[in-house]
Design a protein around this ligand. Sequence first.
Ligand code: PEP
Ligand code: MG
Length: 296
Amino acid sequence: PARTSRPAWDGVGRLADGHRVKLLANVGSAADAAAAAAAGAEGIGLFRTEFCYLSAAAEPTEAEQRAAYAAVLSPFAGKPVVVRTLDAGSDKPLAFLPMGEEPNPALGVRGLRVAFDRPELLDRQLRAIAAAAGDSGVELSVMAPMVATAAEAAWFAARARAAGIPRVGVMIEIPAAALCAGSILAEVDFVSLGTNDLAQYVFAADRQLGAVAALNDPHQPALLRLVEMVAAAGAASGKPVGVCGEAAADPALAPVLVGLGVTSLSMNAVALAGVGAALAEVDLAACQAEARCPRP
Ligand code: PEP
Ligand code: MG
């Protein structure tokens, strides 16, 4: 049917048969969060906290971080939010955190790896996030970017819980983490698939390089098989598996992701209505059939 014949999205993500799929927003600033709330997001599925650091000449103090995070979270009082700890390095360099020369920055010290020899940087951020969640009254979850192993997930979870974070997760955006999702889920409360980086690493295709952009295609079976593995591990452990990469914003792919077992989709606010309308047209059996269709 023509897109114009679709019913308007009513702000609750569900399939035609009532199966719930939380539709959440990716945000990086207070303006993004206001737009996401206005667009009817059910919560925040990815708060990229880098924004607070990107132009800073020195590390923002805990108090500065707390105020900046609370400003982003406050439109979502009473709602679920997932705050991601600092994802610096590679395509997101930070002025006050020089990484030194690396021959392959996408394979270097980035994401959670930055914290391994600077754990107090992570602890300050975790305390600021917990305080900001209290200030804004949100239902807080926190996750780490660029986790490769269950041991790294356990290391992060211990620090996050010590800082008072009630729900702790990690992103699955490294193929090793997707392949071992079951052992990672044993350490945390949920996972969220970062399909932008997962595609980059699965296809060995730099996400910033136009010449290989065609390879970074989340419709490819190699990527969907990893999504399926992670979703199966989530179902086996009874823990949620979201997608917060660009794949979640594609109305043609969203039903496939749901059919593979994904439980929430997080995207830019402008994509919510289109994805919500696409999901409202199909039932779970149709999503599962689409997810099963032959993928050579
Ligand atoms: C991803 O990698 O899919 C993701 C959501 O994180 P970012 O785009 O910020 O790396
Ligand atoms: Mg990423």
